[in-house]
Design a protein around this ligand. Structure first.
Ligand SMILES: C[S@@+](CC[C@H](N)C(=O)[O-])C[C@H]1O[C@@H](n2cnc3c(N)ncnc32)[C@H](O)[C@@H]1O
Length: 210
């Protein structure tokens, strides 16, 4: 993995990472539209109330595949993405509102969501900014609300081509979550049923308790 972490420029990180997705939006949509993340969706919904429509923020929603699933289940998803191309696709596909915001400049209402679903997105936040972003997500959740994230795991941070990523194992993720006020409820590795070295994805379910 070609990682060069010698120079951290936060504006550059967001600009180039989002530009990469903007420039490849249609091929990303086509390449990921059939990805089965039902295990991740279930992991979020299993620990939330079953008897009501839930307000769910799809953080880094991409083209909106999972917003369509939440909507079809009777919930109220709102997308968030820095890529304007993805915001347009997500709104068109799902018919749900989408916020065009950058992770490092979030402007979220407090106590607003029952769940936050961050599928393959939070790893784009540089480690030095992660405590602040997690604290903002914590505030955006209602008490008892759930943050789900799934990230490619590892022990490295830096550029991979035109995208910046922070790859963490469970122990590092746990520290960040606990420092930001979350209680970890569950974690698992994906794809299911493989040996650990064939499971590049780490998923964590955590809760805002107060
Ligand atoms: C790997 S894609 C995942 C998309 C979608 N959640 C999925 O599962 O297909 C990462 C997403 O995060 C968004 N993203 C990356 N860095 C961002 C940033 N700094 N601010 C806002 N969005 C960002 C990208 O535009 C992209 O939609």
């Amino acid at each position: 993995m070609p990682i060069n972490n010698s120079h951290i420029d936060l504006e550059e990180i967001e600009k180039y990472t989002i530009a990469h997705y903007d420039d490849n939006a249609e091929s990303f949509r086509v390449g990921t539209q059939d990805h089965d993340v039902s295990q991740n969706i279930a992991a979020l919904l299993d620990v939330l109330p079953k008897d009501k429509s839930l307000d769910i923020l799809d953080f880094g929603c991409g083209p909106g595949r999972d917003m369509c699933v939440f909507k079809a289940m009777g919930h109220n998803p709102v997308g968030l993405d820095g890529s304007m191309e993805f915001c347009k696709m997500a709104e068109m596909q799902s018919g749900c509102p989408t916020l065009n915001q950058q992770f490092l400049e979030l402007d979220l209402e407090e106590n607003c969501y029952d769940g936050i679903f961050a599928n393959a997105s939070l790893f784009h936040v540089p480690s030095q900014e992660l405590p602040r972003v997690l604290t903002e997500l914590h505030s955006a959740l209602r008490t008892g609300g759930i943050l789900f994230f799934s990230n490619p795991r590892g022990n490295a941070e830096g550029w991979q081509g035109q995208r910046y990523g922070n790859y963490m194992e469970f122990e590092a993720s746990e520290l960040y979550l606990e420092q930001s006020g979350f209680k970890i409820v569950d974690h698992f590795y994906r794809p299911a049923g493989k040996s650990r070295d064939e499971q590049p994805w780490l998923a964590i379910v955590s809760q805002r308790e107060v």
